[in-house]
Ligand binder design. Structure first.
Ligand SMILES: C[S@@+](CC[C@H](N)C(=O)[O-])C[C@H]1O[C@@H](n2cnc3c(N)ncnc32)[C@H](O)[C@@H]1O
Length: 221
C-alpha cells in the first residue's frame, strides 16, 4: 500500500536524497520516512520529543513494513542523532527549526536540510545564512488553501547577512507565496515602517492580474 502524502509532505519528500542517511526531526506520524522507505531509502532515523507522536510513528512504520530501515528515537531536536546526509524538519515554527539546527553537532560541507516552517520563515532564512547554510531552492505547496514554502538548504560554511526582501521571499518565485508574504508584510507594516515599505515595493511589482489575486486573498483572510 502506497503511503499517501498531501502536497506539503510530498514536496518535502521529493527533495530528499533517498540513497543517503536521513533524519526526520519531529516526525509525528512518520509518513514521510515511510514514503522515503518505499522510494528506496534504507537508513532513516525518525525522531520526536513526545510519546504520543512516537506511538503514531511506530504504527505507521509497522503498517508499511519499514521496521528494518526506519528507526524511531525519542529526543529533543538533533540531540544524539548520528551523522546524517539529509535532515528534514517540517511542520514546526521557523524559530524552533533554526534553534534545532543551531544545536546540530554534525554540521559539515554538503549536509542538506529540507525545511518546511509553519511560521516566521523570514527569521529562519536570516538565521540559516547566519549559520552558513544557503537555500538551494524553494517550492510552494498548497493544502486546503494554506500556502507553505518548502526549502532545500545546504551547509556551505559561508555566513552571510540577508536583507529584508530576501528574508521574506527567499528563493521562492511562486506568485501565491509572494502574495501571502505581501499580506503578512502589510499586516506587520502597521508597526514597522521597514515592513510597510517592503510591502509597497513588492505590491508595485505585481501585474494587474496579480493585483486582483492579492485583493482576493486579502478578502479571504
Ligand atoms: C506539527 S507536528 C509536524 C509533524 C510532521 N513533521 C509534519 O510536518 O507533518 C510537530 C512535531 O514535532 C514534535 N516536536 C516539537 N518539538 C520538538 C523537538 N524539540 N524535537 C523533536 N520533536 C519535536 C512534536 O511532538 C510534533 O510531533
Amino acid at each position: 500500500m502506497k503511503v499517501r502524502l498531501d502536497s506539503r509532505l510530498k514536496t518535502v519528500a521529493e527533495m530528499v536524497r533517498t540513497e543517503g542517511r536521513i533524519a526526520d526531526i519531529g516526525t509525528d506520524h512518520a509518513l514521510v520516512p515511510c514514503r522515503l522507505f518505499q522510494l528506496g531509502a534504507r537508513d532513516i532515523i525518525a525522531t520526536d520529543i513526545a510519546d504520543g507522536p512516537l506511538e503514531r510513528a511506530a504504527q505507521s512504520v509497522k503498517l508499511y513494513g519499514a521496521e528494518e530501515c526506519v528507526k524511531l528515537m525519542k529526543c529533543d531536536g538533533l540531540e544524539g542523532v548520528p551523522v546524517r546526509d539529509d535532515v528534514i524538519i517540517a511542520g514546526m515554527g521557523g524559530e524552533m527549526t533554526a534553534d534545532i539546527i543551531s544545536r546540530c553537532d554534525f554540521l559539515r560541507l554538503g549536509l542538506r536540510f529540507i525545511l518546511q516552517p509553519m511560521t516566521r520563515d523570514y527569521i529562519l532564512r536570516e538565521r540559516l545564512y547566519d549559520m552558513g547554510i544557503s537555500i538551494i531552492f524553494e517550492k510552494t505547496a498548497v493544502v486546503s488553501k494554506k500556502i507553505y514554502t518548502v526549502m532545500l538548504c545546504e551547509y556551505t560554511g559561508e555566513r552571510r547577512k540577508t536583507d529584508l526582501r530576501f528574508r521574506f521571499l527567499g528563493k521562492n518565485t511562486d506568485i501565491e507565496y509572494r502574495i501571502k508574504q505581501i499580506c503578512a508584510l502589510k499586516k506587520r507594516g502597521r508597526s514597522s515602517a521597514d515592513f510597510a515599505r517592503l510591502a509597497k515595493e513588492l505590491e508595485s511589482e505585481l501585474t494587474e492580474e496579480e493585483k486582483l489575486l492579492l485583493t482576493a486573498w486579502e478578502d479571504s483572510i
